[in-house]
Design a protein around this ligand. Structure first.
Ligand code: NDP
Length: 452
């Protein structure tokens, strides 16, 4: 029987090896540490999981594709970006995970996101593997025609690697309904197939699922509500901080408001807005989704209740709840200390890995309920899987039906994480619960399918 300390030593050894084999990929190292450091109890308790090769296979993507994406801007100048698709693990189903278009994208970022996606997708219980992709293309300030040409060039290569039974991308940072439309159009043109299930996040009139745009934000609020319920509280009257002002942030704000909480902030890379009356969602949507503007315009047009703080961080505003919904490592140890000082009760991650490891540790030590992204933001990919199911059956469900399924899935993920944490002597630790529960599902499938 392997002891926990022997298992921990073996995992430390593997983590060192991961750093050597994947140099200059700090985000991937961080994600691997975050998961592997919580697995010692399950590897010690279930010797079959500790077999040489299982965890080693899990941290190595099944396939990584890197490609050139040339495109012309409106002045006829040629630009060359880099495209990525990392197909990490297909033990539970076709690779599934979004595409990110942001200048910070590189192989390490896509690998961190793909690795997280394996466990997140397993937690949904919906039969989807893990993958992620994207490009260092920056859509900010580009015309619709430029974005279209970029998307067409990107798909001209990507189409060889994806398919409804193989790999099903969706949106992420910088990839919303507009980009999915252009990508789907080019896929359809090249392949001459109406293969709706090849991409999710499509428009509702041409194969998209109702509630998919809302799903990540709504799901995160439902997860936060479940964590509060566990402590005998609810969302009613709670002041909430939301960072970001994109897809996840907007629908987080919408659901918080609907459930009686008061979301008072939003942000983008230029700074943040605090609005003591609560964020006016119609105004925010007009600025971000229609005009594609910056958040300072919100404060200018909202009146005296709102102010714009250039370059600041929303975490300095006192509140009961924090829902980071922008990007990785946006909530560091200092921000966590400020949140704790201001009496925060729960932090629930809408973004992927927005909280640094030091900040997670500090929050958990202070007794704050902490919902890790791979559980709390799984609503988006869950409804993507429901979109695939609707596409397969050539049908579409009502918004009410999708939202009911989403609520059921989020509550189920919460219960799974909570119970798994208790089973492994870590009550209330949703990080351990999510990592172990996701790992068990993937590891069982990998063991059953042999060494491949
Ligand atoms: P969007 O592109 O719609 O919005 C991203 C928001 O975050 C924007 O307000 C953007 O501001 C801000 N942001 C992005 N990068 C930075 C940065 N480096 N510094 C400061 N602000 C930044 O993306 P989504 O809302 O879709 O995604 C947000 C997060 O949620 C990501 O971590 C994503 O991986 C995660 N997620 C998304 C899912 C989905 O369904 N869309 C599903 C699960 C997780 P600016 O415009 O100034 O860059």
């Amino acid at each position: 029987m392997t002891t926990r300390s022997e298992t921990r030593t073996a995992l430390d050894h593997l983590l060192t090896e991961i750093e050597h084999r994947n140099p200059a990929q700090p985000e991937f190292h961080q994600a691997a540490h975050e998961v592997l450091e919580t697995l010692a109890p399950v590897l010690a308790a279930r010797p079959e999981y500790a077999e040489p090769g299982l965890v080693e296979r899990l941290v190595e993507p099944e396939r990584q594709v890197i490609f050139r994406v040339p495109w012309q801007d409106d002045q006829g100048r040629v630009h060359v970006n880099r495209g990525f698709r990392v197909e990490f693990n297909s033990a539970l189903g076709p690779y599934k995970g979004g595409l990110r278009f942001h200048p910070s994208v590189n192989l390490g970022v896509i690998k961190f996101l793909g690795f997280e996606q394996i466990f997140k997708n397993a937690l949904t219980g919906l039969g989807i593997g893990g993958g992620k992709g994207g490009s260092d293309f920056d859509p900010h300030g580009r015309s619709d025609a430029e974005v279209m040409r970029f998307c067409q060039s990107f798909m001209t290569e990507l189409h060889r690697h994806i398919g409804e039974h193989t790999d099903v991308p969706a949106g992420d940072i910088g990839v919303g309904g507009r980009e999915i439309g252009y990508l789907f159009g080019q896929y359809r043109r090249i392949t001459n197939r109406w293969e709706a299930g090849v991409l999710t996040g499509k428009g509702a009139g041409w194969g998209g699922s109702l509630i998919r745009p809302e799903a990540t934000g709504y799901g995160n609020v439902l997860f936060a509500a479940a964590m509060l319920r566990e402590r005998g509280e609810d969302l009613e009257g709670q002041t909430a901080l939301v960072s970001g002002s994109g897809n996840v942030a907007i629908y987080t704000i919408e659901k918080l408001t609907a459930l009686g909480a008061n979301p008072v902030t939003c942000s983008d890379s230029s700074g943040y807005v605090v609005d003591e009356k609560g964020i006016d969602l119609d105004l925010l949507k007009q600025i971000k989704e229609v005009e594609r503007g910056r958040v300072d315009a919100y404060a200018e047009r909202r009146g005296s209740s709102a102010r714009f703080v250039p370059g600041g961080s929303v975490w300095e505003v006192p509140a009961d709840l924090a829902l980071p919904s922008a990007t990785q490592n946006e909530l560091d140890e200092n921000a966590a200390a400020t949140l704790v000082r201001n009496g925060v009760k729960a932090v629930s991650e809408g973004a992927n890995m927005p909280t640094t490891p030091e900040a997670v540790h500090l929050l958990q030590k202070a007794g704050v309920a902490f919902g890790p992204g791979k559980a709390a933001n799984a609503g988006g990919v869950a409804v993507s899987a429901l979109e695939m199911a609707q596409n397969h059956a050539r049908t579409s469900w009502t918004a009410a039906r999708v939202e009911e399924e989403l609520t059921h899935i989020m509550n189920d993920i919460h219960t799974t994480c909570h119970e798994t944490a208790e089973r492994y002597d870590a009550p209330g630790d949703y990080v351990t619960g999510a990592n172990i529960a996701g790992f068990e599902r993937v590891a069982d499938a990998m063991l059953a399918q042999g060494v491949i």
